[in-house]
Design a protein. Structure first.
Length: 237
């Protein structure tokens, strides 16, 4: 072999290639953690109201280890999204030594009667909020259905200057609620939107005839509704 010049040339080239690869790898490892490429700025982007910058920094500091190129962004994303008010996080590298954290907070719409807050998609989460919120309730696993119905009825009631203070779905899939004017309503199982809209069109006249506010309305009739001064044990709040 030592007299085979072609084989020696191939062996030499191979050793040179391996040496260059090892040197390149070592240089790359050094560069990854070099001071030049260490992250020294984290930019939080988004309308953040319920999570403090200190909370973000605490999570990020624990998750971000290494230089600009070898940060575990997925770990940081998962850790940040575990904060109660955070809905979604996107993390991007910003050359040469910064990280951009794009944050979306949850949009709270109501309280879940059995505990927790509800965001606009119907997800239950733990959080504290000072403002008064409607109270929604329903069987386990139906929180998304209840929020979707609440949002639909809220939009329908806007022209009448009324909102829903409460909305409930029973195990029998029957709906009932309480309006912001104090009227408890039994809505039944079907045609909920059309029933409550029909009632709202006639509510001013009903109050005039009773010469007082309507405290209870049973809307479960096919072609009308009944009203009374009290719930009298019927469905409602």
């Amino acid at each position: 072999m030592w007299h085979n010049y072609r084989a020696l040339n191939k062996l030499s080239l191979g050793m040179i290639f391996i040496s260059l690869a090892l040197i390149t790898y070592a240089g790359f490892k050094v560069a990854l953690n070099a001071e030049l490429f260490m992250v020294n700025r984290i930019n939080f982007v988004g309308d953040i109201k319920h999570v403090s910058r200190d909370q973000f920094n605490s999570v990020v500091t624990k998750s971000f280890k290494g230089g600009f190129f070898n940060l575990n962004l997925r770990e940081a994303k998962v850790s940040l999204e575990q904060l109660s008010w955070i809905k979604n996080v996107e993390i991007k590298r910003n050359w040469p030594n910064a990280i951009d954290v794009l944050v979306s907070e949850r949009n709270v719409v109501a309280r879940w009667e059995s505990g927790g807050l509800l965001d606009i998609s119907g997800q239950i989460f733990n959080g504290a909020v000072d403002k008064r919120l409607p109270i929604l309730s329903g069987p386990i696993g139906h929180n998304e259905t209840v929020v979707a119905q609440y949002l639909k009825l809220t939009e329908l009631l806007k022209p009448y200057g009324v909102t829903l203070d409460r909305l409930r779905l029973t195990k029998q899939q029957s709906w009932s609620g309480r309006l912001s004017n104090g009227t408890a309503v039994a809505l039944g199982k079907r045609n909920i939107a059309s029933r409550i809209e029909r009632f709202m069109r006639f509510l001013p006249g009903s109050q005039a005839r009773h010469k007082s506010s309507v405290e209870f309305a049973d809307l479960r009739y096919a072609n009308g509704f009944s009203v009374g001064p009290s719930v009298n044990g019927k469905d409602g709040f």
